[in-house]
Design a protein around this ligand. Sequence first.
Ligand code: TIU
Length: 206
Amino acid sequence: MARTALIIIDMQRDFLEPGGFGAALGNDVSRLVAAVEPCRAILAAARAAGLLVIHTREGHRPDLADAPPAKVLRGPADKRIGACGPMGRILIRGEAGHEIIPALAPLPGEPVIDKPGKGAFYQTDLELMLRNRGIETLMVTGVTTEVCVHTTVREANDRGYRCLVLGDACASYFPEFHEVGLQMIAAQGGIFGWVSTTTEVLAALS
Ligand code: TIU
């Protein structure tokens, strides 16, 4: 367990709360709320077991210098990254919507990775941090299953990390994508990793 870390992907107000970026795009954010309690439970257990806990947030600098135009220039102008939404500028660091939801707020000392992409390894110091701590296995939770969770697991797999995805602690705006996303991870003998449940992992940690 000393070589295992919990990584909680993008449980941000912009994705989970009404009035955020996810909702502005027309998504049913209530689907993501299902992952909050499982994330809270595994977070508490990981802290109690002394595991390294890492939080990630997707977002950009206020001047958008780290936001590729191809990512920004999508959809209507009032719903783009950097536009003003009800919880501040959409996906901009420092804005209310960019914060992690209060139920899963990081504790002092828990690394928060601010990432400009979908994957948590791209243009971040995550890999260096994991290597310095001797981490070999990642327990992965968060949102959304087929976007930032999947991208991070694929990046981690190529870098040699074992990934255990806690299916009930992940969620998607699209239930079918969630289901098939989990199947894609575990297919072919674990092509990208393995899939478990919070209940099973809590039992193993206790
Ligand atoms: N964190 C994450 O998954 N970012 C997204 O943009 N996800 C969507 O599903 N849109």
